[in-house]
Design a binder for this molecule. Sequence first.
Ligand code: IPT
Length: 269
Amino acid sequence: KTLGLLTTDLALHAPSQIASAVKSRAGQASASVIISMLEQHDAASCVAALQELLAQRVEGVLINVPLDDALAQQLAAQVHPTPVLFLDVGETAGVNSLVFDARQGARLGVEHLLALGHRRIALLGGPETSVSARARFTGWVDALADANLTPCASACGDWSAASGYEKAHGLLSGAAQPPQAILVANDQMALGVMRACAEKGIAVTGQISVVGYDDTADSAWFSPPLTTVRQAFKEAGERSVDWLLNASEQDAVSQICLPVTLIERLSTA
Ligand code: IPT
């Protein structure tokens, strides 16, 4: 069999780890994977890339691109009757999906910081164009509200370490009382945040705690090693391939939500 993977920028760690898992699982099943990478997520770019994949006679398609409901539904219709599974959509899209539980992930980070006694908590979200970034952000705000707290400061980056560095400088300056902790929507931005803290002479931990999100392969090697919300990308990639290889045209809509876990390391205290 030949499968297609339409993915967002593979220069980012999370999508590249998913693509790696997809490739190796497909290889074990003697299936090949044609990868098409998008740098723009607008409708026209998505439609054109999918058209190219379908022209190569793929027998199943995985889409790891952050998509709003309407565009996901449009693409699902375009791929029909070939089986398709979306990896970065909201549950209201009503398309076949395999996603991680963003609400649980956001809550795990907040509850960890609350248990450590922190109250002045800043948020560094991902890009507003990403459905998962918005879900994490809302999850943080809701979990803080349940503890009668509001974020002491917030900003949004673009998933890169550079944006984490830049936005952290903003979050750490100005306020009379600096944050005791920052929740960051991915590990790459958390790396930039820790660099900004080091430059400002703010000790992680001691003066501030940092929680990342993803647990990509390098996060245990940050200094200090990063506390983060683990999304098991290898398992997600494997399950996606297995799902596609077993899918048939008449199956009912399947929405799989995978749990996430908090990995406690040394960036929080
Ligand atoms: C999501 C990652 O958490 C984030 O770090 C970034 O790489 C993003 O992907 C790129 O779109 S994981 C996704 C399956 C929600």
